[in-house]
Design a protein. Structure first.
Length: 170
């Protein structure tokens, strides 16, 4: 185990903690606080978008997954079938599957919902009172999808973290 392995592990664990922690904190603390804030919460969402929160989380997730794949390649002897039939291999691969699913949900479900909410918010600022009602209905529907997909993604990340944490000891 050379320096490259240590750097790879630091990238994987460090960015994994950042990604999972950020997603869990957003879904279970910040998101509900934004929702409870009413229209003022949209200002917080706009600022998070301006600061590219979601892009940062998706990048951290991608780098976590890529570094994890290389670690798994090294630990498994080049992805040997025997490794994946061992208890540790099953634990690590379970964590990997849940992490990849969480990342895909973020990219293909959460990200479009957040972008749509931003676009709807911009349209609402210029809409007539009648138009605002229709836009608000779509906003609430999109918000519901965001909460559902974000919650599932957060749960998947929690399962991934727990599986990775105990895999070595199985």
């Amino acid at each position: 185990m050379g320096g490259g392995f240590i750097v790879l592990r630091l990238v994987h664990v460090g960015l994994g903690v950042f990604w999972a922690g950020g997603v869990l904190f957003m879904n279970f603390v910040v998101g509900p606080a934004i929702a409870a804030s009413g229209p003022e919460g949209m200002k917080v969402m706009a600022e998070l978008n301006r600061r590219r929160y979601l892009d940062i989380m998706l990048t951290a997730g991608m780098l976590t997954i890529l570094s994890g794949l290389d670690l798994m390649r090294r630990d498994s002897g080049g992805f040997s079938a025997a490794f994946f039939h061992s208890p540790a291999g099953i634990g690590y691969s379970t964590g990997m599957v849940f992490a990849v699913c969480a990342w895909l949900l973020g990219l293909f479900a959460v990200r479009p919902a957040i972008k749509r909410m931003g676009a709807l918010g911009a349209q609402m600022a210029q809409a007539s009172p009648d138009g605002k009602a229709a836009l608000m209905a779509e906003m609430m529907q999109t918000r519901g999808r965001l909460i559902a997909f974000g919650g599932v993604g957060a749960l998947f990340l929690l399962i991934a973290v727990l599986a990775m944490a105990v895999a070595r000891y199985l």
